[in-house]
Design a protein around this ligand. Structure first.
Ligand code: SF4
Length: 70
């Protein structure tokens, strides 16, 4: 299976790979090991900032706030 080249070091993937909630599962199968890996906003962020994005930033660019209820 094709995988994102940053999979081993990506904070989002490492934190959420075992979280098989439907949201995370969908993100990982769509981006990290799926057809949109080159459209991941985390990669854009790395390019722009020269540093990895916050762990909870999803491949879509939104911040995942699991602890909040809004
Ligand atoms: S979140 Fe983005 S950078 Fe991280 S493994 Fe998935 S596709 Fe790669």
């Amino acid at each position: 299976m094709e995988r994102c080249e940053l999979l081993e070091t990506c904070g989002f993937f490492r934190k959420y790979e075992k979280d098989w909630s439907s949201a995370c599962k969908g993100m990982i199968s769509t981006y990290c090991v799926g057809p949109k890996m080159n459209e991941c906003k985390r990669k854009d962020y790395r390019k722009q900032h020269g540093a990895p994005p916050p762990v909870d930033m999803m491949p879509t660019g939104q911040i995942l706030r699991a602890a909040e209820s809004d």
